[in-house]
Design a protein around this ligand. Structure first.
Ligand SMILES: [Zn+2]
Ligand SMILES: [Zn+2]
Length: 509
C-alpha cells in the first residue's frame, strides 16, 4: 500500500520568497566513539508528516485546501496531518492563511523500503507536496519512467536492470547543465562534454524499448511535467545527441548493459572508466573511444566539474565521482540504499587482474558476471582478498573525509546523512567479521558451515553473495593472525568448490 507524506510550505507573509524549514533530527548515534565522532552537517527540510487514512466516514474538513480535488486522495485525513505539522513548528491551524495544493510527487521506483523525503539543505524547493511510495507494477516501467532531480542538476532515473535482490533497478545518473558556466581554460580536464551519463545499467534487450534512453525521454515529454522540466528534458535529448561523456563506476553487468545502446545512439560518445574496468567490458558493449582514468582526474560537463575518485573495494577498478558544485558523491556499488554492498571476490582477485591485461582477466569477468559459478573457481586469492577488504575500509574513510552532502548509490535511494551511513557500513563489516570469528571458534570449519551459522536469518538466495564476504573476512582474519589454531585455511579453501552444491541441497525454510 502506498505511503504518503504531506509537506507544507509555510511562506513568510511579508515575503513570499521565504518559507519555513525545520532542522531534521539526525539518525541515532552508534554509541561507539570512533563512528560518533564523524558528524554530518545540519539538514533542513520542509515540515512534514505522514498522511493517515481517515478512520470511518470523513467529516467535511475544517481546513480548505484550494485545488486538492485535482488528486484522488479523499480518503486521507489532511486536517489532522496539517494540525500536527503546525504543532511541530509552533503554529495553530487557525493562525490564518490560505492553503493551496501545489504538487503531487510520485517517487521514482528506487526499490524496497519506506520513502525518504529529498529536500535541499539550503532551501531551494526540489521535492514538494506529497510523496507517494506506491508499489508499482512492472508494466509501469514502460509507460512512464519517473526520475528524481536532487540536488538540483543531478538527475536520477532508476532503470530496470539485471541487478541482485532486493533491488531490481540501477540508478542512471545524468548531468546535463542548462546554464553552461564559463570554464577555466587552463584547467586540465581529462574529458569535456555537454552531458554526462553514469552507469547505464539498464537491460538492453527490451524489444519494445529499442532505445531505452530515447524512450524514457519521450515518455517524460508526454508526462504532465511543468514546462521548466520539459524544457530541461528537451535539452537533455539535445545533449545526448551531441557531446556525450559516459562514465562507468565498474564493470558489473547491471552497470554496463546499456553501453551498447548508447554507442548505437551516439557514435561520438566517449567512455571513461578505470583500466581494470575497461578490460572487462566486451567489444560488443563498447568499441568507441574511451579514456582510462584512475582517480584524481577532473571531467568538465557544461562548465561543471566532476572529480574522479579511485575507490577500490567492491571491485579493484571501482571509481566514485564527486559533483563539485553540489558536493554530491556518486558511490557506485560501494554503498547501496538498503542493506550492505557486496564485494566482488572474482574481480581483480589475482595478480593478472591487477595488472589489467591478458586472457585470465577476460575469464575473471565471465565468472564474475555469474556469481553462482565464481565459487567453483580454484586458486589462491588470499593476499589480494585481504587487500580488497583493506581497500574497502580505506575507500570508506576516504568518502567520510570528503564529507559529501549527499551519497548517491546506484541501487536504492540517495542518502542525506553520508557520514552516518558510511560509519554504519564500517560497523556492520566489523561486527560481521566478529560473528564469522565466533562461528569459527564454535567449530565451523567450511564455507557452508560459516555461512549457515552467520547468515541463518538471511534469505538462502543471498547465501552465494554472502559466501563471497565470508571468504574475504576469513582471509582478513588469517592475515591478522586472529584465526584459532585448530582452524585449517587449507580445509576451508577446499570447501569452496562444494559450497554451491551444498546450498542447492539445503531445504528452503
Ligand atoms: Zn557491482
Ligand atoms: Zn550494481
Amino acid at each position: 500500500m502506498a505511503t504518503y507524506n504531506l509537506a507544507l510550505i509555510l511562506e513568510n507573509p511579508l515575503n513570499d520568497a521565504e518559507f519555513l524549514l525545520v532542522k531534521q533530527t539526525p539518525p541515532p548515534k552508534y554509541g561507539i566513539e570512533e563512528y560518533d565522532s564523524f558528524v554530518d552537517s545540519d539538514l533542513w527540510d520542509l515540515p512534514s508528516k505522514k498522511l493517515d487514512r481517515a478512520k470511518g466516514e470523513l467529516e467535511p474538513g475544517s481546513i480548505v485546501i484550494e485545488g486538492i480535488e485535482r488528486i484522488n486522495l479523499g480518503k486521507f485525513d489532511f486536517d489532522s496531518a496539517i494540525k500536527k505539522v503546525l504543532e511541530q513548528v509552533g503554529f495553530k491551524a487557525n493562525d490564518g492563511g490560505e492553503w493551496r495544493f501545489l504538487k503531487h510527487v510520485e517517487e521514482a521506483e528506487f526499490g524496497p523500503g519506506l520513502p525518504v523525503n529529498t529536500v535541499d539543505r539550503v532551501g531551494t524547493l526540489v521535492v514538494l507536496g506529497l510523496i507517494n511510495d506506491s508499489v508499482q507494477s512492472s508494466e509501469k516501467v514502460n509507460t512512464a519512467l519517473h526520475y528524481q532531480e536532487y540536488p538540483p542538476g543531478v538527475i536520477l532515473v532508476p532503470m530496470k536492470s539485471r541487478t541482485s535482490k532486493p533491488f531490481h533497478t540501477t540508478n542512471l545518473v545524468i548531468f546535463a547543465p542548462e546554464n553552461v558556466k564559463n570554464e577555466s581554460e587552463d584547467y586540465n580536464f581529462v574529458a569535456r562534454g555537454d552531458a554526462l551519463i553514469v552507469d547505464p545499467g539498464c537491460q538492453a534487450n527490451f524489444h519494445e524499448e529499442a532505445c531505452q534512453f530515447v524512450t524514457w525521454l519521450l515518455a517524460l515529454m508526454h508526462f504532465d511535467w511543468s514546462s521548466i522540466w520539459l524544457d530541461q528534458l528537451l535539452k537533455i535529448v539535445a545533449a545526448l545527441s551531441k557531446k556525450l561523456v559516459v562514465f562507468v563506476t565498474h564493470h558489473h553487468a547491471d552497470h554496463v548493459d546499456g553501453l551498447s545502446v548508447i554507442q548505437k545512439c551516439n557514435p561520438n560518445a566517449t567512455l571513461l572508466a578505470h583500466e581494470n574496468t575497461m578490460c572487462r567490458i566486451s567489444k560488443d558493449d563498447w568499441s568507441l573511444g574511451h579514456i582510462s582514468v584512475s582517480g584524481g582526474e577532473d571531467i568538465c560537463i557544461g562548465g561543471q566539474r566532476l572529480n574522479v575518485i579511485f575507490a577500490p573495494g567492491h571491485t579493484d577498478g571501482h571509481l566514485a565521482l564527486l559533483h563539485v558544485d553540489t558536493h554530491s558523491l556518486i558511490v557506485g556499488d560501494h554503498c547501496v540504499g538498503q542493506g550492505s554492498a557486496l564485494l566482488d571476490i572474482a574481480s581483480g582477485g589475482n595478480m593478472t587482474g591487477r595488472s589489467g591485461a591478458g586472457t585470465e582477466f577476460t575469464e575473471t569477468l565471465r565468472v564474475s558476471q555469474r556469481p553462482s559459478t565464481c565459487l567453483a573457481e580454484k586458486g589462491n586469492f588470499g593476499l589480494l582478498m585481504f587487500y580488497k577488504l583493506v581497500d574497502y575500509f580505506q575507500s570508506t574513510y576516504r568518502f567520510i573525509e570528503l564529507a559529501p552532502h549527499v551519497l548517491i548509490p546506484m541501487h536504492g535511494r540517495i542518502n542525506l546523512w553520508p557520514k552516518n551511513m558510511l560509519c554504519g557500513y564500517l560497523k556492520n563489516r566489523r561486527s560481521r567479521e566478529l560473528s564469522i570469528l565466533a562461528a569459527i571458534e564454535n567449530g565451523a570449519k567450511t564455507l557452508i558451515d560459516i555461512v549457515a551459522n552467520v547468515y541463518s536469518g538471511v534469505d538462502r538466495s543471498l547465501w552465494v553473495h554472502a559466501a563471497s564476504n565470508v571468504r574475504l573476512h576469513v582471509d582478513h582474519l588469517a592475515q591478522q593472525n586472529k584465526l584459532p589454531k585448530d582452524f585449517s585455511v587449507d580445509t576451508f579453501n577446499c570447501s569452496l568448490v562444494a559450497f554451491a552444491e551444498k546450498v542447492a541441497k539445503i531445504e528452503p525454510k
